[in-house]
Each structure stands twice: as structure tokens, then as C-alpha cells.
Design a protein around this ligand. Structure first.
Ligand code: NAP
Length: 284
């Protein structure tokens, strides 16, 4: 069966909207998100437009900071410090990638962990490793939501994650481990990718290479989450997993687009709501 990410995302968004409406009504608090974009990358502009549209739909107040490519690292850090102090801003999103002259690590570390709704700050990532409280990255959260939605019991299951990026592979592996799955994390130097994949009850692929995972590698009845979104030279989108063949073997499989992508934005909305709630708690 195909996992309908769009329908699941609609449901999550409605839930988030309901909670934001109630926060506004009962406490007069409007969750605020600052979106920071440096440079003119057209894909980044499209991503932030989509994020802002989603914010508007659920009642999050988003403010845009569109900055020139030539901005210095110190100027960007100074803006982030201002946003860290702004009580109307509960979450800060710096759209990546940043221009080469700016250190992504320094910028992400400048964001207060209390406003780190992308979950990229070392404190948030450390909390995830330790199984503590903290914001978690949105794409891995979306993957967990999809697995829960299709009723996937993770306890004791053999899960294979292909790709070990800090954005997707590593955090999702930790989240799955936290839910008592037995997790194998594969990468470009894995000796026998086919062998690892074919053991998986649940397979998560986040690589960015069209057709890397062949359909006939999939274990019969496996749940397959394909994060890969690959733009081919002819402009079409392609999957990391060979979808047509894989869907004949999987019990559940995500499409691209319409699988993980819609959930990623939802989780950003959810984390911004959560940041607003936590700020209210701190203020009593
Ligand atoms: P990334 O940082 O480029 O990481 C790719 C990972 O794949 C690396 O760990 C790499 O291994 C591994 N890899 C490369 N070639 C491999 C091979 N032949 N066999 C096994 N593993 C291999 O990418 P990412 O940021 O995680 O993103 C992955 C994909 O997900 C991309 O297509 C991206 O567009 C998509 N994505 C989608 C969403 C969404 O919301 N839909 C969000 C994020 C990402 P090494 O570590 O050994 O180099």
C-alpha cells in the first residue's frame, strides 16, 4: 500500500492548527517563527515560501529576513543574537546551505537551543543521542510519524537505514533505536548493501542517488520509507528506491513526491508550537 504523506500531513496540520487556536484563545500567545535566508538560491527561496505559506495556514506568525549573499558571518551572528532575545520569536530557522564564506557550524551554534526548531544545534543533537528532551530534526520526525501512522510496531524489528547524514540518517537511526528497533546504519563504504537491505523489516533510504536500492532487494512485506528526492537531467523527480519493483514486494511504501516531504514541513510547525509552549512554561 502507498503511504499517503499528503493526507497524513493534512491531518497533523489540522491538529497543530487546533492547538495554536486554543493557545491564542486561552493564553493570547501567537507562536512566532523567524526565517533567515542569505543569498539568492532559487530552491531556497521556494523552500522558505512553502514554509511561510504553511505557517500562515496554521496561525504561526512568520517573519522573513532576506539577506544579501555578501553578508558577513559576524553580521549574521549578530542578527541571530537579536532574534534569540526577541520574546515574540519562539523559533529560528536558518535556511541551508549558507554561502561558502559563512561557517554553518558557527551559525547553527549561535541559535539558542530553546529556539532551535530545526534540531541542528549540538545541544539538541546531544540530547537526542542521550535520549533526553530537546528539539529533533524535522525530516526524521516526519519519518517516525509515517511509521506510526501505518501502525508499524518498531520494538525488536530489524531496521536498516541507508545514509548517515546529520540531517536524516543518523538522527532517524537514533530515534528508531529509542523505540527499541535493532538498527543497522549503512553508508557509502558499506560492504554488502544488498545483503543489509534484504534483511530489513523496515527500510529507510536517505542517500540522494536515483535507483540506488533495487526493488528485488526488498524483503517481502517490508515497510519502505524513501527520503530521496532526485531531480534527473530531464527535470523529472526520481526515487532512491526503484519504486515500481519495490512496491510489488513492500507492505507499505512512500511515493516521491508526496511521502516524507509534506511531513517535514508539518514537523517544523509542530516544533514552533512546542517552542512557544516551552517559552510560556519558562515564563510561568
Ligand atoms: P547527504 O548529506 O548527501 O548524505 C547522503 C548519505 O548517503 C551519506 O551518508 C552517504 O554516505 C550515503 N551514500 C552515498 N552513496 C551511497 C551508496 N552508494 N551506498 C550507500 N550509501 C551511500 O544527504 P541527506 O541530506 O541525508 O539527503 C538524502 C536525500 O534525502 C537527498 O535526496 C535529499 O534531497 C533528500 N531529503 C529529503 C527531505 C524531505 O523532506 N523530503 C529532507 C532531507 C533530505 P557517506 O556518509 O559514506 O558519504
Amino acid at each position: 500500500m502507498i503511504i499517503d504523506g499528503k493526507a497524513i500531513a493534512r491531518e497533523v496540520r489540522n491538529q497543530v492548527k487546533g492547538e495554536i487556536d486554543s493557545l491564542k484563545r486561552k493564553r493570547g500567545v501567537v507562536p512566532g517563527l523567524a526565517v533567515v535566508l542569505v543569498g539568492d538560491d532559487p530552491s531556497s527561496h521556494l523552500y522558505i515560501r512553502n514554509k511561510e505559506k504553511a505557517c500562515k495556514e496554521v496561525g504561526i506568525e512568520s517573519s522573513e529576513h532576506l539577506l544579501p549573499e555578501a553578508l558577513s558571518e559576524n553580521e549574521l551572528i549578530s542578527l541571530i543574537h537579536t532574534l534569540n532575545r526577541d520574546k515574540a520569536i519562539h523559533g529560528i530557522l536558518v535556511q541551508l546551505p549558507l554561502p561558502a564564506h559563512i561557517s554553518t557550524g558557527r551559525i547553527l551554534q549561535a541559535i539558542s537551543p530553546e529556539k532551535d526548531i530545526d534540531g541542528f544545534h549540538p545541544v539538541s543533537q546531544g540530547q537526542l543521542l542521550l535520549g533526553g528532551e530537546g528539539f529533533k530534526p524535522c525530516t526524521p520526525m516526519g519519518i517516525m510519524k509515517l511509521l506510526d501512522y501505518v501502525g508499524c510496531d518498531l520494538k525488536g524489528k530489524t531496521v536498516v537505514v541507508v545514509g548517515r547524514s546529520n540531517l536524516v540518517g543518523k538522527p532517524v537511526a537514533l530515534m528508531l533505536l529509542g523505540r527499541h528497533a535493532t538498527v543497522t546504519l549503512c553508508h557509502s563504504r558499506t560492504a554488502d548493501l544488498k545483503g543489509e537491505v534484504s534483511r530489513a523489516d523496515i527500510l529507510v533510504v536517505a542517500v540522494g542517488k536515483a535507483g540506488l536500492v533495487r526493488g528485488d532487494w526488498i524483503k517481502a512485506g517490508a515497510v519502505v520509507i524513501d527520503v530521496g528526492a532526485n531531480r534527473l537531467p530531464n527535470g523529472k523527480l526520481a526515487w532512491d528506491v526503484e519504486f515500481e519493483a519495490a512496491k510489488e514486494r513492500a507492505s507499505w511504501i512512500t511515493p516521491v513526491p508526496g511521502g516524507v516531504g509534506p511531513l517535514t514541513i508539518c514537523m517544523l510547525l509542530f516544533n514552533t508550537l512546542e517552542a512557544a509552549r516551552q517559552s510560556m512554561k519558562r515564563e510561568g
